[in-house]
Design a protein around this ligand. Sequence first.
Ligand code: ATP
Ligand code: MG
Length: 334
Amino acid sequence: MSEPVISIDDLSVSFPTDDGWVHAVRNVSFDVEPGEVLAVVGESGSGKSVTALATMGLHPSSASITGQIRFHGRDLLSVSEREMRGVRGNGIAMVFQDPMTALNPVFKVGAQIAEMLQIHSDISKAAAWSKAADLLESVGVPEPGKRVNQYPHEFSGGMRQRAMIAMAIANGPDLLIADEPTTALDVTIQAQVLEVMKAAQEATGAAIMLITHDLGVVAGIADRVVVMYGGRVFEEGTAREVFYSSENPYTRGLMSSIPRLDSPKGERLVPIPGTPPSVLSPPPGCAFSPRCVYADDECTESHAELRSVGSGSSHRSRCHKLGQLTEALAGGAS
Ligand SMILES: Nc1ncnc2c1ncn2[C@@H]1O[C@H](COP(=O)(O)OP(=O)(O)OP(=O)(O)O)[C@@H](O)[C@H]1O
Ligand SMILES: [Mg+2]
């Protein structure tokens, strides 16, 4: 097997606050393999963005951070800020939820993409502008020759997100991190932007870490899925394993909030009752136990480890009741 592009190993990130330490990410480990789409899914506050920001070296300097994030074998947590700037944009690029935070409103879109190209390679201004137009074309922006000369506010939301993707893939990164890239867009535009990302991934061979709270978004695009809750990985497996053979009550809860094509008309989606755990004082046992209908004393008293589901597969789940809920879940929650 080839080496992972990125290997996150026992990553923990905590922030000092007036109320105490916020443990945002706890002992998280997962790999992203070359060319794959890995979805990181979980409710708000589960630690997805903090994991992504730490990977980009963009976490606040006050954060306490332990573990390793190896990019092609090099631990990004111990490289200098200068080296990290070289990795960002070139080796790892990021697409944010709101492109207006990443695009500068006072510069033409073409100038911003051209600058990105010129920072990382020795290319003339004219060649960079011409490549900027090619990149816009590759992500489906019509009339790219005209669009390079426009400002971000002249682009619609979906077109801006395409411009962000063009900028992110400009230097042929090995990993593209997309944090809720479609959340602010309406449903049809969301689907188009995902298609553009998938096409960009196929054209460049980059791996994608796609972060979303919506398991429905990843169904058609993810090769593998990591489910996070309360700063921890609760489940990891291929998309097929997670969608069809999850025995994790939290993942099942996320799934019941996805609209199904075969649902009877008017059927309401069922959000998971209750709220995510407090990051300041999480419950002593399984973080999901206060919301889990299957929880018993074991669950409220002790924390569950991430364990393999079946033998020899990459499917892992964190639940005390692993292997005991097959029938209950088949008949109910899905
Ligand atoms: N700089 C910070 N200081 C203190 N707490 C923080 C900081 N950044 C994040 N947190 C906390 O860490 C936890 C995880 O945050 P994170 O942004 O990773 O969640 P998320 O999974 O991306 O959620 P969302 O779906 O809402 O984007 C949250 O409780 C958040 O409030
Ligand atoms: Mg987030």
